[in-house]
Design a protein. Structure first.
Length: 497
């Protein structure tokens, strides 16, 4: 095995040296490809194929990467790949400058070239470009992965995304879908009167979510600061200021574990709308996800994590207590407010309450989290969360133990979190204080006290609906992929050394 590895390394070293020798020869001949600064591109591969009837016999100018070479005698065939796809190049020695043709034969797979020629169809019927001129625009000094297997090692694909995008069309498709989804989100909200804004990434207080923050230091101010764990509290300050409908698509940072559904930095969309409530926020999220699926995929039916999902509008809406009763038989509303009875009920259906504060609401939430969430495959809004786990949501007028909050689930994954926002400054202060006590007791994920936000509420915030959802997770669903790293161009990775 050691001898085989050494042989492979030696062979690779020889390949690298050959490519560098080719570059040196070009540079010595005054044809340094890295000295080229621009190239006039008139057409892309897909457009040549889509509009061939109009372009047949017309001169086109294309540029891209050589992905294959065939022939290389008097007639050569290559596949050129640009951002839109691939088109075949057909080169004949007697139709080009002979020296240029001989140089072209020495080009390597992976080299980037510019080509001028006529659009035509070969005898076998393949739409191609008949090469008249070819210019080496950049020399590839590293060989691409073997064409039949591509870059298969997932970790290597994430570390070398640039190679992954070159050789794996599905990866490129994923990021095109993600981009189209973000574009759809912006259009959806702007058409409904929302204004896009930007809020600070660095803050002296990490608030708006239950999460452990990243800490950095501001040298000039000589204070520790936190990378934001949510955009919520700044956006709600804007509602106080009278903006009424605002949203932000931005990066969030949480110093937590990594798995197939979580990356320490990720992208969310948070939005706030004055004079609406939980129901309005359900309509917004359902509209965004369903509408995006239809626009991007052309269907409401998607396959994700091994399940056929129906995103047709009209998603199920059920309270947390009713969902728990449906799936476990435990009726927490029958013992509402009784912490001891709730704990006994939770344990009777196999819920582990170790380390959980002894309250009715926590027992209900843990039962849902441990026994119900995994069963929510089709799109479902779970509503009316306990106060204990919803420090920023408005209490239910009908039931003070609960809040007007929902989370949307698809394939057991949380897809969005929304509230009828708490706008009572006194209640908010008390909840912050309860969170601060938990934090002082060692809970690094508990909310911090934000007295300025309480001050903002004292000026008056109208009834408001708020929603946050993960761009990455929605992209995962639309792409049908099982890992968040497949939809983040450069996911967080442990250094190789």
């Amino acid at each position: 095995m050691a001898e085989q590895n050494y042989s492979n390394q030696q062979e690779l070293s020889e390949i690298l040296q050959i490519r560098r020798d080719k570059l040196r020869s070009l540079q010595e001949a005054g044809m340094d490809p890295f000295a080229v600064t621009a190239y006039d591109v008139t057409h892309h591969a897909s457009k040549i194929k889509e509009n061939f009837d109009a372009l047949e016999g017309q001169e086109v100018s294309v540029a891209g990467r050589l992905m294959s070479k065939r022939g290389m005698g008097k007639v050569s065939f290559c596949d050129l790949q640009d951002k839109s796809g691939r088109v075949q190049l057909y080169a004949r020695r007697d139709e080009m400058d002979e020296e240029a043709y001989e140089r072209f034969k020495k080009y390597d797979i992976g080299d980037i070239v510019g080509v001028k020629g006529d659009a035509f169809r070969t005898q076998r019927g393949e739409i191609s470009v008949r090469v008249k001129e070819i210019t080496l625009l950049s020399k590839s000094l590293q060989p691409l992965p073997e064409k039949f297997h591509g870059l298969q090692d997932k970790e290597l694909r994430y570390r070398q995304r640039y190679v992954d995008l070159i050789v794996n069309p599905d990866s490129k498709r994923n990021f095109e879908i993600r981009s189209r989804f973000v574009s759809y989100v912006r259009r959806f909200l702007e058409q409904r009167g929302f204004m896009e804004v930007e809020t600070p990434v660095l803050s002296p207080i990490a608030g708006g979510a239950t999460a452990r923050p990243f800490i950095t230091h501001h040298n000039t101010l000589d204070i520790d600061m936190y990378l934001r764990i949510a955009t919520e509290l700044h956006l709600k300050r804007l509602i106080v200021g009278g903006m009424e409908r605002v949203f932000e698509v931005g990066r969030i940072f949480r110093n937590e574990g990594m798995d197939t559904k979580h990356n320490p930095e990720f992208t969310t969309c948070e939005l706030y709308q004055a004079y609406t409530n939980l129901d309005g926020m359900m309509d917004v999220l359902e509209g965004i996800i369903s509408g995006a699926a239809m626009e991007i995929l052309g269907t409401y039916q998607v396959n994700w994590l091994g399940n056929e999902i129906d995103l047709t509008p009209g998603w199920r809406r059920v309270t947390m207590a009713d969902a728990v009763k449906e799936y476990t038989g435990a009726d927490f509303m029958a013992c509402e407010g009784d912490a001891d009875a709730a704990a006994a009920l939770a344990k009777s259906v196999g819920v582990d309450l170790e380390g959980v504060d002894h309250t009715w609401g926590n027992a209900l939430y843990e039962t849902f989290d441990q026994k119900v969430e995994e069963k929510l495959i089709q799109p479902t809004f779970i509503t009316m969360y306990p106060v204990e786990v919803s420090p920023l949501a408005k209490r239910s007028v009908a039931d003070p133990h609960l809040t007007e909050r929902y989370e949307a689930f698809i394939c057991s994954c949380e897809m969005g979190n929304a509230f009828s926002e708490l706008n009572d400054p006194i209640d908010q202060y008390e909840r912050f204080k309860a969170q601060a006590i938990k934090r002082a007791g060692g809970d690094e994920e508990a909310d911090m006290m934000d007295e300025d936000f309480v001050l903002a509420l004292e000026y008056g915030m109208p009834p408001t609906g708020g929603l946050g959802f993960g761009i990455d997770r929605c992209a995962m669903m639309l792409c049908g992929t099982d890992s968040i790293r497949d939809v983040i161009l450069f996911p967080t990775m442990k250094p190789l050394d």
